[in-house]
Design a protein around this ligand. Sequence first.
Ligand code: GTP
Ligand code: MG
Length: 361
Amino acid sequence: MFKFLKRLRRDKPIETPEVIEEVLVAEPVVEIAPEPVVEEVKVEAPKPEVQKVEKPKPVEKPAVAVQEVELPKRSLGDGVRSLFSFAIELDDLEDILIRADFGVDAALEISDELKREANRAGASSDAELRLLLKDLLTKKLTRSDAALNLSDGKLPYVILVVGVNGAGKTTTIGKLSRWLRDGDWNVVLGAADTFRAAAVEQLATWASRADAKLVRPEKEGQDPASVAYQTVELALATDADIAIIDTAGRLQNKKDLMDELGKIRRAVEKQASIAEVLLVIDSTMGQNALAQAKAFAEVADVTGIVMTKLDGTAKGGILYSLQEQLDLPVKLVGVGEGINDFAFFSPEEFAKGLVAYKQER
Ligand SMILES: Nc1nc2c(ncn2[C@@H]2O[C@H](COP(=O)(O)OP(=O)(O)OP(=O)(O)O)[C@@H](O)[C@H]2O)c(=O)[nH]1
Ligand SMILES: [Mg+2]
């Protein structure tokens, strides 16, 4: 399980000791005062003369005390549909993987590797092949950068959530917020999808279900960047651990998208750094998902992928293609519409689901 750092709450006892392995107070951060900046100002007439001006030293912020926590366990459960309702045949494997959207090259590579492994291990029964395939997929899907970047202690962590219409951004934000609240994180949400009143209301509903604070636009069509700014402002003012910003999915073209996300990013960065830009992808979109993801990855400095609706597709291989072709980690997955239908991406659980591997086989 991943370990994260959130703000140490001094005002109340820690209520869920089972998820908190140890409480650490961060080493006091030694902030090195910058060298005084010297500005040269030219004074005109009569003789040119140089005057030295010292800028005031920036006020040093006290280090935030943080504690190391795990987040409550959520599992993919039965959310991943198996590719094999029948015995695995090595000769059919490549076709099955192609049909499940693994992509032609990956399908060939995986099926060749499985054949070699099976030969080497003398494996031929269905149970043996399932185990080997599960292990092979797990190995290929495992990356060292799959954890959310919530560990550098630079609070509040700011997460931008991007993706096309209907991908599942708002739903994912609701699920993620609830999960963080369950781990006693303080969460602020920003409704930067400002052009549809319904979008704001949808996020408001999730905010109340998740017990998160919400920053809404003061009027319809307010500049999304100003909502993002106010969201971070509220997070700072209320000592929140995390600010999550919902963005619009329906921009006309790449340039509009780039401009809007760029503005939001700059507004956030006036007060905090951006911990994650999560790209939400609907896994039922098949190969279209790949094209969308590439377009977003080009303009949005994406740091991780959220694959939603894995429960609604028998083509889970799209996750594999995306991770491979974009060289970006899948960090979170959605496996239903409910508030708990959501998990960190676990390559092993995912591979088990695809292969219908059960321990007791
Ligand atoms: N089955 C299933 N449905 C999901 C999942 N995630 C989201 N949905 C559904 O997908 C639909 C769209 O989700 P939203 O969260 O509104 O998507 P969005 O990206 O915010 O859409 P816009 O605000 O229009 O850009 C809703 O009906 C959700 O309930 C999932 O993991 N599984
Ligand atoms: Mg939305």
